[in-house]
Design a protein around this ligand. Sequence first.
Ligand code: FAD
Ligand code: NAI
Length: 467
Amino acid sequence: MAETYDVVIIGGGPGGYNCAIRAGQLGLKVACIEMRGTLGGTCLNVGCIPSKALLHASHLFSAAQNEFASLGIKTGKVELDLTQMMAQKSDAVDGLTKGIEFLFKKNKVDYVKGKGKILSKGKVEVTDADGKKQVLETKNIVIATGSEPATLPGIEIDEERVVSNTGALSLKAVPKKLVLIGAGVIGLEMGSVWARLGSEVTVVEYLDRILPPADAEVAKEAERAFKKQGLSFKLGTKVTGIEKTKTKLKVAVEPAKGGAGETLDADIVIVAIGRKPYTEGLGLENVGGKTDKRGVIEVTDHFKVADGVWAVGDCIPGPMLAHKAEDDGTAVAELIAGKAGHVNYDLVPSVVYTSPEIAWVGKNEEELKAAGIDYKKGKFPFMANSRARTNHETVGFVKILAEKGTDRILGAHMIGVGVGEMIAEVCVAMEFGAASEDIARTSHAHPTLSEAIRQAAMGVEGWTMQM
Ligand code: FAD
Ligand code: NAI
């Protein structure tokens, strides 16, 4: 007789594993099905974690070459050991994925290896790597199947020379010439890694700006900073094809609005034009589940697909971010346990882990203008922040937007060293409904980079200390 679970989760990424662990903590009987062979999903295996391991190591490599001498540190010749750099990346991934297995055991979550398919309400079939099938019976099914890279028609990803984010994280040698398609988050993070390690990087972007969801002023400052680091951008440009010769790739590009084309030579092309939900072979139709034309699973505002069927993370609407997936998963476990689970999508922060980092939360200026909301703005440059000056890391600024009249903070947009950590202060403030004056009157330690947030908040009222 098959066991009956309270919850069976399909997918062991940040959405799925957080849902599983929280459900276990709440005393529910839980199974989590994962087909990859390791837990952690895209984020831990081929996303957030390996990319940050390479960003960190390549940043130090570049600093040792270009910055240490000016700080009075003599290094001798700095050399790259790419094999070791990749090995430390894999160590970080292994440690964290095994950590989730440990947390599953600790919270009595059954880890079922294989591909899950919904047969009907309450029934999920699992097929393991040898083709052996079993059926799990459950009161609730949670879909947490995540996403996969979007592809360009006519361009075949071979993960050797034309690669997605997965191949981009495991190149065997530093390409001499690297072309990235897409100046979004992956394009900028991966472009930074390989440029720091010595590649000549060209980023081809369809739109006439980089990083579309970011505040335009931040994106402009970022473009300037990346150009100084040697990245070159072809904006308003589309790729029409890639010809593979024995030794080279010939990337055909032309203006997005039409016009004369040109060919870019490349050793490697990284395709990073966004991601799409992964629902292949899931059996969504067996419970009446629907997707929109982009393949995003339709859910109610509290994650319901159908009675007893829920969905979380990258496969449902909202930003495709690990912490958003985590929050979705936690909320669904709590809803299933009869508690109040809710996620405030307006306050999910975004961070791009380049150098300088880019971070934002809430609405940007373009969105406020489009919505006809009257706002005040305070902006403070790191050039005027004493810690940034001391560290010789003065690129960027903090901008705070607050509602005219109420002074309630509506958004914060930052570019500079360390802003990926600093954004959390504004998230907490906004979650508590803070006014910009609340931050302006809160003591911030001196000398810290976070004083720039306080000064930007003071700037909303016009009493910043800027020189
Ligand atoms: P996923 O992490 O994709 O997990 C879904 C899992 O389900 C996968 O392991 C898959 O194998 C499994 N699965 C799918 N179908 C089935 C099935 N039928 N049966 C069994 N298992 C199945 N986000 C951030 O917040 N910060 C970052 O720094 C960041 N960096 C990134 C860098 C890169 C290069 C990429 C590609 C993404 C990055 N992201 C980052 C995004 C982040 O990885 C995703 O938002 C997050 O992983 C989504 O979590 P998820 O649980 O919804 O899906
Ligand atoms: P993205 O959506 O961030 O950027 C894609 C870019 O490609 C956009 O600028 C878009 O205009 C451009 N584009 C689309 N089609 C194009 C075409 N045909 N030719 C040229 N340019 C084209 O997607 P990306 O970078 O692939 O990342 C996917 C997702 O993964 C991100 O949106 C994010 O959710 C997540 N991610 C998050 C990270 C983080 O939080 N630090 C890091 C990496 C990824």
